[in-house]
Design a protein around this ligand. Structure first.
Ligand SMILES: C[S@@+](CC[C@H](N)C(=O)[O-])C[C@H]1O[C@@H](n2cnc3c(N)ncnc32)[C@H](O)[C@@H]1O
Length: 248
């Protein structure tokens, strides 16, 4: 598989209805939002959220910025349309072929999306959309996160699957520069979380992350049964974020 090119597409139409329940916009989300908004200077700008999903970022930015969102999943966008205020413009479109004029935006943001894209095509396309002085901001998981992910014991291939999809900090830096971005600033941010067993089992049953789409059905069933037998009453885990801010 070429680096930055997804091996198989994940099915977000299928997870749209449960996405916000299984991956809630919790205190950690808002803490990260404040950090990213500040570091990438998103307030008061013309912002495109690429892979906007159910619209949580565009809705959070809408009071202060002019906001557009695109997503490749019609079902995720349908959820977003019910949430966002009227000034947010949403379109069904792919990151690799964004339907906007050159230099139309001050900021483009990818929040937990780049592991799903053909980045060799998507990053130069995003750069073309930025006005002079514009910035791209990538929010993704740092490689550290995959070493100790709370589902690794039940689904032993998760670590390898995600390490192949998500670029390391050095790879992301290189890819953005190769796409023509002049300066790239990388930040790491650590959080932790705690979920109870019932919540964990609901996440597994709902295949809350796209990594599940890349398992064989038998591997999934085996892992689900192992989780039912072995998950403790509470699960605590670390979350390691990687944020890149790239100047046009
Ligand atoms: C993990 S979700 C993240 C959604 C949102 N950014 C968030 O943080 O809640 C990934 C999103 O990327 C979208 N997506 C996947 N491939 C895409 C592509 N090539 N172009 C645009 N969106 C894409 C999916 O449909 C999905 O809504």
């Amino acid at each position: 598989m070429a680096p930055g090119k997804p091996e198989a597409s994940a099915d977000f139409d299928a997870r749209a209805a449960t996405y916000d329940d299984l991956r809630p916009q919790d205190d950690n989300w808002w803490e990260l939002f404040d950090l990213v908004s500040r570091e990438a200077d998103l307030g008061g700008q013309r912002v495109l959220d690429i892979g906007c999903g159910t619209g949580r970022l565009v809705a959070a930015l809408a009071p202060k910025s002019s906001v557009w969102g695109i997503d490749a999943s019609a079902e995720m966008l349908a959820v977003a349309r019910n949430r966002v205020p009227g000034n947010v413009k949403l379109k069904l479109a792919r990151a690799e072929d964004p339907p906007f004029k050159d230099s139309w935006f001050d900021r483009v943001v990818y929040w937990l999306v780049i592991h799903l894209l053909d980045r060799k095509v998507a990053f130069p396309a995003a750069r073309r959309l930025l006005a002079p002085g514009g910035r791209a901001c990538v929010v993704t998981f740092d490689s550290e996160y995959f070493s100790d992910f709370w589902l690794n014991r039940c689904f032993p291939r998760f670590e390898a699957i995600d390490r192949a999809r998500f670029p390391t900090a050095a790879e992301l830096d290189r890819e953005l520069r190769e796409a023509g971005f002049s300066e790239v600033r990388l930040l790491k941010h650590h959080q932790n979380d705690r979920i109870d067993r019932e919540t964990a089992l609901a996440k597994i049953a709902g295949r809350h992350i796209s990594t599940f789409d890349l398992l064989e059905e038998s591997e999934y069933e085996q892992g689900r049964r192992l989780a039912e037998r072995t998950l403790p009453a509470a699960i605590e885990y670390d979350i390691d974020w990687l944020i890149a801010i790239a100047e046009r």
